[in-house]
Design a protein around this ligand. Structure first.
Ligand code: PLP
Length: 388
């Protein structure tokens, strides 16, 4: 990162960890295909299996149940498979997704549009379990609920949802792409049946991820067919350097997780305290349990894009809602699902921190905000600001 810039957009992607870079550099020098039986092939296979073991250990899964993919998007697409069967062997006939999911889940995967229902969220940005109970009344469903929302950071009641889903004969898929590496996760504690993760959110390379399966999940239909790689669940020669980098990043993230989370949360709280000094600042989901690194705020009358460009010109990289929708002046679907009017739902500015974020960067961001808010909010409607 250039010295005069501060990167506060870690939920979009993270810098590559040194450990990941080194693991990848070593892997580039291996000539073998992991499916080959000769020594070169076996050396490449070792890297893949070593990474698989690290990922399985980090999430309390069995290495055989880790399926590498090209990222979180593909892991989600693979998981949303109509061929899955519930724990008693029953066919999964429909999909229930929450209204605040990432676009890759909102697309519904391979389920037909008419087989998809959406569960709402409360105004605190948390999945409405009463609504879920109503929706579960029917044929067995695959339910997809993210562990942490990428825009607000709000943690979702996944374990409670799992109990309800299983009682109704269904399966639970958890998109843990944002939560992984930021809070401890155990697939058994969550009682999740399928879990998606992504390398570039935890200091690994972009373009590699994984779907983890709980013991006994059956009927997962491969998205990409061909060779028998990944036990037939994802064909294609493995991305050996990417996978090796992912594994190294996971080890590094797990080693520092608890300390990093506490330090990052303190910085995030300092950031929010500073932001609140400006009249009209509204922090979303502040009452809900949240990721330690994420702040989403808005000021009535201020468009997120204007703020993002202003921050950028001051040397601070932040984002408007999710990275996938940045650049488009559209209300955030997450904020709309929480019941916010389009005017405020267009204003969400996301600041997200990571393991190398410093207090000096946070203070620089606040300094930039004081300057920006002074200019941008000069003509704002006083009555609008007073509402918050
Ligand atoms: N799920 C969530 C919650 C995300 O935030 C993202 C990326 O922003 C994804 C899935 C997609 O992951 P990837 O970028 O690895 O495809």
């Amino acid at each position: 990162m250039a010295r005069d810039r501060a990167y506060l957009d870690w939920n979009a992607t993270t810098p590559l960890r040194r450990e990941a870079r080194e693991a990848m550099a070593a892997a580039w020098d291996l000539a073998g295909n992991p499916s080959s039986v000769h020594a070169e092939g076996r050396a490449a296979r070792r890297l893949v299996e070593d990474a698989r073991g690290a990922i399985a250990a980090a999430l309390g899964a069995d290495p055989r149940n880790v399926v590498f993919s090209s990222g979180g998007t593909e892991a989600n697409a693979l998981a949303l498979a109509p061929g899955l069967r519930g724990k008693g062997g029953q066919a999964i006939e429909r999909l229930i997704i929450s209204s605040i999911e990432h676009a890759s889940v909102l697309s519904g995967g391979r389920f037909a549009a008419e087989a998809i229902a959406t569960v709402g969220v409360t105004e605190s940005g948390v999945v409405d379990l009463d609504h879920l109970a109503d929706l579960l009344d029917g044929p067995p469903a695959l339910v997809s609920i993210m562990l942490a929302n990428n825009e607000t950071g709000a943690l979702q009641p996944v374990a409670e949802a799992a109990a309800m889903v299983h009682a109704a004969g269904g399966l639970l898929h958890v998109d843990a792409v944002q939560a992984f590496g930021k809070i401890p996760i155990d697939i058994k504690d969550l009682s999740a049946d399928l879990v998606s993760i992504s390398g570039h959110k935890i200091g690994g390379p972009k373009g590699v991820g994984a779907l983890l399966l709980a013991e006994g999940v059956a009927g997962l239909d491969a998205l990409i067919r061909g060779g028998g790689q990944e036990l037939g669940r994802r064909a294609g020669t493995e991305n050996v350097p990417g996978i090796a980098g992912f594994g190294a990043a996971v080890r590094a993230a797990m080693a520092g997780l608890v300390e990093d989370a506490a330090r990052i949360e303190n910085l995030r709280n300092r950031l929010e305290e500073g932001l609140r000094q400006t009249r009209g600042v509204f922090v979303f989901c502040e009452k809900a349990p949240r990721l330690p690194n994420t702040t989403l705020f808005a000021v009535p009358g201020l468009k997120a894009e204007t703020a993002v460009i202003g921050f950028d010109l001051e040397g601070i990289a932040v984002s408007s809602g999710s990275a996938c929708s940045s650049g488009k002046v559209q209300p955030s679907h997450v904020l709309e699902a929480m019941g916010f009017a389009p005017e405020l739902a267009k204003g969400g500015v996301r600041l997200s921190l990571g393991w190398s974020t410093t207090m000096a960067e946070v203070d620089r961001c606040l300094e930039a905000w004081r300057k920006l808010s002074g200019t941008l909010l000069k003509h704002s409607d006083e009555t609008q600001l007073e509402r918050f």
